[in-house]
Design a protein around this ligand. Structure first.
Ligand code: MRU
Length: 375
């Protein structure tokens, strides 16, 4: 995607500079939208830290960063013990998005049978392949989602045909959450590039304001008309016919079609259901956890620091250009805070799953139809 006319991905291999050791470049998402900064990850520890502090975030990108993290570990020690330790370290960084475990398992399965000296190169090749596949999946999701948007837009009453198609999205499931394109935002980019008149309601998503900071940043860079709203405004807009469709991403999807995504997604789905607004979830296959059936009971929900609730990050009103964001406290000193980072939307509230293989109902049969029998 484009930043000031230059095409970027969220993660890339850095030239080794003659050292023989590869490094990994990433965009530091903790400083966006106020500062665009990149970082170089040179060790497994740095990759793990980048994931847990959300320098990189979003389920697919976490997976790719984990895969490269294994490569970084194997470059310095390709033994079985080091592989196992790096796997555990990276896998423990964030518990909810299943893409992390999926990508780590994929790299481990590739390198484990190999002689130690061949492992780092094999890990690099597999991580790069996962990254390429992620880009292709995002683009395919975009095409399938665009077809849905076009159908929904065409089905609106004649007097509304001239209005923009209003989509509401929650959190950031755009290219910053993946390697490129995104999941929920991919159909929006496709629609915009195809000349469809589209407008996006961008949810803030406290605690980290990822809608306001990341989704708004992405859409702005691509020139997509959008309006930032507070999390609590979505239901009101739906009641007043101002939302034609909701589209969100997923951190883990059960084989039955339950969807786990950023906290507050469930409330959006309830409001959409109550108002007859279609609620779509966009996800690549890497987000499906075929081992579980009941999302509410079985998906581990990450509890992040209470400081993300008690404090809020942003630029001071009169800050000169180039200033770093600051953190300000919004709660009384003595108040406790709790910060579950994700919630589960039951399949019954999901209108459809938009995947790289097409669109399916959020049911076991729907997913099996797309992906075939899975053991
Ligand atoms: O906590 P985050 O920023 O990693 O959570 C991001 C989300 O919840 C996204 O919606 C999800 O990862 C899908 S991303 C394509």
């Amino acid at each position: 995607m484009n930043i000031d006319g230059k095409a970027w991905r969220t993660i890339w291999l850095e030239p080794d500079g003659g050292s023989g050791l590869s490094a990994v470049g990433v965009i530091d998402q903790t400083l966006l939208p106020h500062q665009f900064t990149t970082r170089i990850l040179r060790s497994c520890d740095q990759a793990a830290e980048a994931i847990s502090t959300m320098v990189v975030r979003g389920a697919p990108l976490i997976g790719v960063t984990g895969a490269y993290g294994l490569m970084l570990a194997l470059q310095v020690d390709p033994s079985d013990a080091a592989l196992a330790a790096a796997f555990e370290q990276l896998n423990a960084t964030r518990p909810t998005a299943v893409n992390l475990r999926w990508a780590l398992e994929r790299v481990r399965a590739k390198v484990q049978p190999l002689p130690p000296l061949e492992r780092a190169a094999a890990a690099q090749a597999e991580a790069a392949l996962i990254a390429e596949e992620d880009v292709a999946m995002g683009e395919a999701i975009g095409e399938h989602g665009l077809a849905i948007f076009q159908q929904l837009a065409a089905a609106r009453p004649a007097e509304r045909q001239a209005e923009p198609f209003n989509v509401l999205t929650h959190c950031n499931a755009g290219w910053l959450a993946t390697v490129d394109w995104g999941t929920a935002l991919a159909p929006i980019y496709k629609a915009h590039r195809a000349g469809m008149k589209i407008h996006v309601w961008v949810d803030e998503t406290r605690p980290r304001n990822q809608g306001a900071s990341l989704t708004a940043y992405e859409l702005g860079r691509e020139g997509v008309p959008h309006t930032v709203i507070v999390d609590n405004a979505g239901g009101h807009l739906m009641q007043h016919g101002q939302v034609d469709a909701v589209i969100v991403g997923s951190d883990r999807t059960t084989r039955t079609g339950d969807v786990c995504n950023k906290i507050g997604t469930y409330l959006k789905a309830l409001a959409a259901h109550d108002n007859g607004v279609p609620f779509y979830v966009a996800l690549p296959a890497s987000t499906i956890d075929w081992t579980i059936a009941d999302g509410v009971a079985e998906i581990p929900i990450e509890a992040r620091s209470a400081a993300e609730v008690t404090h809020i990050q942003g630029l001071l009103a009169d800050a000169p250009p180039g200033s770093k964001p600051v953190s300000v406290q919004v709660t009384p000193n003595a108040s406790a805070a709790f910060n579950p980072a994700f919630d589960v939307t039951p399949a019954r509230l999901v209108t459809g799953l938009i995947t790289e293989r097409g669109v399916a109902p959020a049911t076991p049969e729907g997913l099996r139809q797309l992906y075939g029998p899975v053991d």
